[in-house]
Design a protein around this ligand. Structure first.
Ligand SMILES: C[S@@+](CC[C@H](N)C(=O)[O-])C[C@H]1O[C@@H](n2cnc3c(N)ncnc32)[C@H](O)[C@@H]1O
Length: 488
């Protein structure tokens, strides 16, 4: 587990790839990301709304495709590379470039997430099936927990096909969810059909008081003329577990201490918790609705609606998600004090929900609007508890403090020469050792580190062209000059 190199309640303005590269490893317990969906739309908040001025592009074209990253993925993550190639063949270059943009960021998220952490990727059917494969390849198919269907609206008319009313949320992680933290009341129809009896204590259903099999011990004895062995069973009045605890706390004080099963039957009888419905048949136990803690939501979430035009929480951000949705995610997969990261923060719904639930949080967005919006939201929510400087706003790339003091990066030249087998990573030509320079793949000015994973050898000529720029610049220059490259 790492130590964060940023403080709680920070919003970074900038590209999340650069920012995450600067974040220490294994420092985050929960990541929720709601990236643009590749839906071919440009989003802009309406003039006059709190979010006015916020806009982002949701289209990817070849020009965005980062050829350098494709090369890096080919080297280090062959499964992801093949998947990106498959997406190009089945769907086209736009999808490939969208997935490449996502892949390179998901790899950073994998690094900053703690081993026991969880990640929820919010998307829609435009790319959800490709993203599922990408998540499998990045986090491991074994860590897949659920594909949540979030029904955000009830109607969406499209006479050409079935109206799409759902988003998808892909959930991966090691730890089980906090089921008790997210229970919801039982559906009225279920209560009606299952808890069909009532008495002075309220609604109840009936349950068996016997278990399977004969017993030679006390649980096989006759109790008040009832012999459970007549029906091949033995007594099984609740002794431990949630219902026994509820009885102890609400109806029969000291119930949990009653060792004898026959004595427990006596106390249940005295407390009017048994039903003698059919003459001669063994009695049944009343199970009260009040004792039911509610149900754990399935993977089909139909009880949270999208932020509509009348909603109090609405601030006019085009893709704002409801607080209730984020609260469920955060309650399910984090505890008080844990760190939540939203790398596509938008109007910072996840940050606001994390704050209200006592979690630490950090958000990143390209748009400077995110800082303004999270401040606005927290100020309205916290009232006098909110003060100047409550939220830290940063535009710099954090410097990792968890990398071993590196040897001077040039000292890696021999290792890199062996790894690259004497071939320049730019023009792909063979050169003698002395012609090579050690270069930062991701420039230091954009958060690139001296770690060997970020170093490569370039021939002097390629190194001169690249200078302090990212690899895509060099590749574009080489392509223009018609030089042979492995990335085209
Ligand atoms: C769909 S919205 C997120 C909405 C958010 N869940 C909410 O409730 O407000 C996607 C956000 O990602 C941001 N974004 C897109 N590309 C980004 C990048 N490379 N780095 C950081 N933010 C980015 C956009 O500016 C936009 O605000």
């Amino acid at each position: 587990m790492g130590t964060p190199n940023w403080s709680n309640r920070t919003i970074f303005t900038g590209d999340n790839l650069d920012i995450m590269r600067g974040m220490n490893s294994e420092t985050v317990d929960l990541i929720y990301l709601d990236p643009p969906f590749n839906s071919n739309r440009n989003y802009a908040a309406p003039v006059g709304s709190k979010a006015a001025g916020a806009a982002f592009k949701d289209t990817w074209t070849l020009s965005d495709l980062d050829v350098a990253w494709m090369g890096l993925i080919a080297d280090q993550e062959p499964a992801i590379y093949k998947l990106l190639e498959a997406a190009r063949l089945t769907h086209g270059k736009g999808m490939q470039s969208y997935l490449c943009m996502m892949a390179i960021r998901l790899l950073e998220m994998r690094r900053v997430l703690k081993k026991a952490g969880s990640i929820y990727l919010h998307c829609d059917t435009t790319a959800s099936h490709y993203l599922k494969m990408l998540m499998d390849a990045t986090f491991g198919a074994k860590l897949f927990k659920a594909e949540i269907n979030w029904q955000r609206t009830t109607a969406h008319s499209d006479s050409r096909t079935f109206g799409n009313v759902c988003d998808k949320i892909l959930f991966y992680g090691v730890s089980p969810i906090n089921a008790d933290a997210i229970r919801t009341p039982l559906a009225a129809s279920y209560v009606k059909s299952h808890y069909s009896f009532s008495d002075k204590r309220g609604r109840y259903r009936t349950d068996n008081l016997t278990g399977p099999g004969l017993s030679a011990g006390e649980s096989g004895h006759i109790w008040r003329d009832y012999d459970p062995s007549d029906i091949g069973r033995c007594w099984s009045a609740p002794k431990s577990g949630k219902y026994a605890e509820w009885i102890d706390q609400n109806i029969i004080p000291g119930y949990l201490e009653i060792e004898s099963v026959l004595a427990r039957l006596d106390s249940l009888e005295e407390a009017d918790m048994l039903i003698h419905a059919t003459k001669g048949a063994v009695p049944q136990l009343k199970r009260y609705l009040d004792a039911n803690p509610g149900q754990v939501p399935s993977n089909n979430w139909t009880d949270i609606s999208a932020v509509n035009s009348q909603a109090k929480e609405r601030i006019g951000f085009p893709t704002q998600k409801p607080l209730k949705l984020l609260e469920r995610v955060i309650l399910a997969s984090s505890n008080r004090g844990d760190v939540v990261l939203d790398p596509f923060a938008g109007c910072a719904t996840a940050c606001a929900a994390a704050e209200s639930l006592g979690r630490q949080w950090v958000g990143i967005d390209l748009s400077p609007k995110a800082v303004e919006l999270v401040n606005f939201r927290l100020k309205s929510a916290l009232g006098s508890l909110y003060h100047y400087g409550f939220v830290t706003s940063r535009e710099d790339i954090p410097k990792r403090t968890d990398i071993d003091a590196p040897i001077h990066y040039r000292q890696n030249k021999h290792v890199l020469f062996g790894r690259q087998e004497g071939v320049c990573n730019g023009c792909k030509m063979d050169f003698p050792f002395k012609i090579f320079d050690v270069d930062h793949v991701v420039p230091q000015s954009r958060g690139g580190t001296d770690h060997i994973g970020n170093l490569q050898l370039l021939c002097s000529s390629c190194n001169r062209i690249k200078g302090d720029r990212p690899m895509e610049y060099l590749m574009a220059q080489l392509a223009q000059a018609n030089a042979p490259t492995a990335f085209r």
